[in-house]
Design a protein around this ligand. Structure first.
Ligand SMILES: [Zn+2]
Length: 291
């Protein structure tokens, strides 16, 4: 019933066809299914959403969202599989579907006003050897694994957070120009590649080697996003990297933006985002395809 109310909020919670939009539907006594009077298609509350072709009972999805919202650092798939008493594979895909829903709830119209820009590197670690003579210089290009990526965040002061993944920080310039609304002021550190932003924006720069925050320019909010990413990396996911770095970055941006609202409101936001989100192209049938 909760899902029904959220999904069909624009029709007072009454189901309508996800295919043709027809509000005339037949219900079934024994199952939570409907049949469209217009096109004849059968559908459930999750048809055409991120929970499409679900295997678990609805109450497990409600519980998963509640568990997932709770906890500022995020939730590992292993924990989720224990809490829900489902297979690790199931929990892994479910967690990624919830991240995809959170991601779709990030601002699409770009960010504006006072915008802080900063980058943080993740992944591609090389373990330091125990003995000094065996240690390699991890800064040398030949010792890099090639998996290292940088998350560049654009963060509105008192507003929303937009993260994107790049190979290098200076590769983010065009994306910043595309996502930060003209007329905004950009706050960034002293790195020379940010100079390219000066042609489009008023920029304020801070030299971290000299002063932490001089009052005029500061990137504290961008750094607060990265400290959340690092806490999640250390406490939960161990290696936030590789193919899913952008998904984790979006999740942490969503958590940062919604950190002041109650768990109950977060739960409603994620539920709504999941039920408004079309079938996931990445995660629907993921294990079937990968076997
Ligand atoms: Zn229909």
């Amino acid at each position: 019933m909760v899902f029904q109310t959220i999904r069909w909020a624009d029709n007072n919670g009454a189901p309508y066809c996800p295919v043709c939009g027809c509000t005339g539907v037949y219900g079934y006594k024994t199952r939570a299914l409907w049949k469209c009077k217009g096109c004849g298609k059968q559908f459930s509350v999750t048809s055409g959403t991120i929970f499409a072709s679900h295997k678990l009972p609805i109450r497990d999805y409600l519980l998963a969202i509640a568990i997932f919202c709770n906890g500022a650092k995020g939730h590992s798939a292993l924990q989720l599989s224990r809490d829900l008493d489902v297979q690790y594979k199931t929990a892994f895909v479910l967690a990624h579907k919830l991240r995809e829903a959170m991601s779709s709830d990030l601002p699409t119209g770009g960010v504006s006003g006072e915008v802080e820009v900063d980058g943080g590197y993740f992944g591609g670690y090389i373990k330091p050897a125990n003995w000094k003579e065996n240690r390699r210089d991890r800064r040398l290009a030949k010792n890099q694994t090639g998996k290292r990526r940088v998350v560049v965040v654009m963060r509105e002061r008192g507003g929303r957070t937009l993260p994107y993944v790049f190979k290098t920080e200076d590769g983010s310039i065009e994306s910043i120009k595309a996502h930060v609304v003209p007329g905004s002021t950009i706050h960034a550190d002293e790195a020379t590649h940010w100079d390219a932003l000066q042609v489009k924006y008023l920029t304020k720069r801070i030299n971290h080697s000299q002063v932490y925050s001089d009052g005029a320019a500061c990137t504290n909010q961008a750094e607060s996003f990265f400290s959340r990413m690092r806490r999640a990396e250390i406490g939960i996911h161990h290696h936030i990297a590789g193919a899913y770095l952008d998904a984790y970055a979006d999740e942490m941006a969503w958590r940062e933006d919604n950190r002041r609202i109650s768990n109950g409101e977060q739960y409603l936001l994620v539920s709504r985002a999941a039920l408004m989100h079309p079938v996931s192209r990445t995660w629907n049938g993921y294990w079937q395809r990968s076997q």
